[in-house]
Design a protein around this ligand. Structure first.
Ligand code: BTN
Length: 266
């Protein structure tokens, strides 16, 4: 079911799932085996490609994960990157991952797959990691002028014990026949479209209120320097809000991206 990608089938699925506003503007490159779809998008942008550019690979040999980690990318998973030109302030860089995560979760939910979000970039299904997002940016004069948004979603590829793939999930739900890598790619791109459109029209506040609805860590207890705290939300800069409780006092603290590793659910 989840193997390699077929161009004709992908086009059919894009016509079914993707908003026409993006359908006509996307250039899509398909690869069997490359180091990283994020890297191939950067390479093409350097050579003058300036359309909305998507690269999808059946397998990656040097997939990049968040915080400098590598992303295991065996056959069966979706490895997709979107090159998106933009002009936003450097301080708003976290917005790209937030709207992408929200949009993809929303799009998968529209297909009956109840995806949650783990701050800031993880897609969670049944309290396990279904996928992740790795956003890379190019900065010029304090502004982000180009982003490459890389998405990895477990299709039928092997996953560690903290992970889940869609094949296992859909088999349990007896729904596998309706899904393929091409469908997953089209639904993911539609999610990116939804997130981008909502961010452009309504701004980060609207994205955050949507993100919080799917936010698996909301209300979770964390220990900060031995002091228990409760996760209460996310700031407009994408940082984590935590309410610390010590006898007789309550303080709200803000944790920057990457400063704490959260769990998959209470
Ligand atoms: C994470 O660490 O959770 C984010 C993983 C993102 C992996 C994807 S796979 C497609 C794209 N190309 C890469 O090299 N990385 C991203």
């Amino acid at each position: 079911m989840f193997k390699t990608l077929d161009r004709e089938k992908l086009d059919t699925e894009l016509r079914k799932y993707l908003d026409p506003a993006w359908q006509k503007n996307l250039s899509i490159l398909l690869f069997d085996r490359i180091p990283s779809t994020n890297q191939i998008v950067w390479d093409n942008l350097e050579q003058g490609e300036n359309n909305l550019l998507v690269a999808i690979a059946s397998e990656q040999t040097a997939g990049r994960g968040q915080w400098g980690r590598s992303w295991q990318s065996e056959q069966g998973g979706l490895y997709l990157s979107l090159g998106l030109p933009m002009e936003i302030a450097l301080q708003q860089g976290s917005h790209i991952t937030l709207w992408s995560a929200w949009g993809i979760a929303k799009s998968l939910r529209q297909q009956g797959i109840a995806v949650y979000l783990k701050w800031p970039n993880d897609l969670i299904l049944e309290k396990k990691k279904l996928g992740g997002i790795k956003t890379e940016t190019k900065v010029y004069q304090e502004k982000i002028i180009q982003s490459v948004i890389g998405i990895g979603i477990n299709g039928s590829n092997p996953v560690p014990s903290t992970g889940i793939n869609l094949e296992t999930f859909l088999n349990q739900k007896k729904k596998l026949s309706v899904f393929s890598l091409e469908t997953l790619a089209a639904i993911t791109l539609q999610g990116l479209f939804l997130g981008h459109q909502c961010y452009q029209k309504e701004g980060i506040d609207s994205i955050l209120s949507g993100y919080l609805e799917y936010f698996i860590n909301l209300g979770q207890t964390v220990l900060i320097e031995n002091c228990p705290g409760m996760i209460t939300g996310i700031t407009t800069q994408g940082e984590l809000k935590v309410r610390l409780k010590s006898p007789g006092a309550t303080t709200e603290i803000i944790l920057p991206l990457g400063s704490i590793q959260l769990g998959y659910g209470q």
